[in-house]
Design a binder for this molecule. Structure first.
Ligand code: SF4
Length: 336
């Protein structure tokens, strides 16, 4: 079905939604537009997208991101959805099936749990074949994207070395690099402008340097609230992973080093290095209600030797009073 889809020349370029970061180089190299459904969800009318899914029967106790992506796929002009069926979310299988039932084309992609190189290479090759693009063209596209990723590394360094970028700005740039907002050239131009403006800023003075661990927050004012409380986030763990910060020459190695789809131990190796490098005072471990990754938090708390506050988000929207109080108390505890 999907092969038929990519052979249709009438709707070129195709808009290809996806559920989490994957080798996006393939879609750009094939001349199509990748769209991270998460980004459309959280920057759009998020509550409406969740309601669309619930109206279709998605249960209350299923993560809002899954419902949001379902709503986005239904409401947005998308030709197909690439679902990361292994390495991301335990709900993606069912999401794909419900989308298929809504006549949306779905394409599976897997990051195997064992981080096996041959298996990942096979997945990448299959996706290249499906989109009728050569490996050489994909590598050429990777070089072009790596040029932008190099600038995102600079942005991240300005955040934690020079303190000139807020946690929210850092979060937005890194999270949006999952699909380069569908247009790498435009993204790079905007990034250049931002970098030259940020470099000329005075350092942000805060009492605390925080790390943010876990999936990007569904809470919209978390970073602003932290800044009001004199704390800036200088490490956004998963968002940084979406920006593929290791600049590996080989595409398979790049997606093997990407920590998010693999084990929590793999994530921890990266987190522990960055905590030291960025001289963090404490970390917030974000979990999403009804997410299996809440279990990973047990190991994060066990192996990270810094004060950790676990925050749970449920519906899209602003911080609730209870979480604000918990953050305030946590920061007070760090003070005294
Ligand atoms: S937050 Fe957890 S449950 Fe929700 S989509 Fe992400 S991985 Fe799945």
């Amino acid at each position: 079905m999907t092969d038929q889809l990519i052979n249709q020349s009438t709707s070129y370029p195709l808009k290809i939604g996806f559920t989490t970061s994957f080798p996006v180089e393939i879609i750009f190299a094939a001349g199509h537009i990748p769209i991270d459904l998460n980004n459309i969800f959280i920057t759009g009318n998020a509550q409406k997208f969740v309601e669309i899914a619930e109206y279709k029967g998605f249960p209350r106790n299923i993560c809002s991101w899954i419902k949001g992506m379902f709503g986005v796929a239904l409401e947005t002009d998308i030709d197909a959805v690439i679902g990361i069926v292994e390495g991301d979310c335990s709900n993606t299988h069912s999401l794909m099936e419900t989308l298929e039932d809504e006549k949306i084309k779905v394409i599976p992609f897997s990051f195997n749990f064992g981080r096996n190189r041959e298996k990942l290479e096979k997945e990448i090759k299959e996706l290249e074949k499906r989109f009728a693009v050569s490996h050489q063209a994909v590598l050429k596209t990777k070089n072009m994207l790596d040029k932008i990723r190099r600038k995102l590394i600079i942005l991240d360094e300005i955040t934690y070395r020079e303190n000139k970028i807020t946690g929210l700005e850092n979060h937005l740039w890194l999270v949006n690099s999952s699909d380069f907002e569908g247009n790498p050239k435009k993204f790079e131009k905007r990034l250049d402008k931002f970098l030259s403006e940020a470099k000329s800023r005075k350092p942000i003075k805060t009492e605390f340097r925080l790390g943010f661990l876990g999936v990007p927050p569904i809470i919209t004012d978390l970073y602003d609230f932290l800044l009001e409380q004199n704390a800036n986030v200088v490490f956004n763990e998963i968002q940084r992973q979406f920006s593929m910060p290791y600049l590996e020459k080989d595409i398979v190695t790049q997606y093997l080093r990407y920590t998010y789809p693999y084990s929590v131990n793999h994530r921890l190796q990266d987190i522990l290095v960055e905590i030291k490098k960025r001289k963090l005072d404490a970390v917030l471990s974000y979990t999403q209600s009804f997410c299996h990754r809440q279990i990973d938090n047990i190991l994060l708390k066990k192996y990270i030797d810094l004060p950790i506050l676990t925050i749970e988000g449920d519906q899209p929207g602003k911080l609730d009073a209870r979480t604000k109080l918990r953050i305030e108390s946590f920061l007070d505890m760090l003070r005294y």
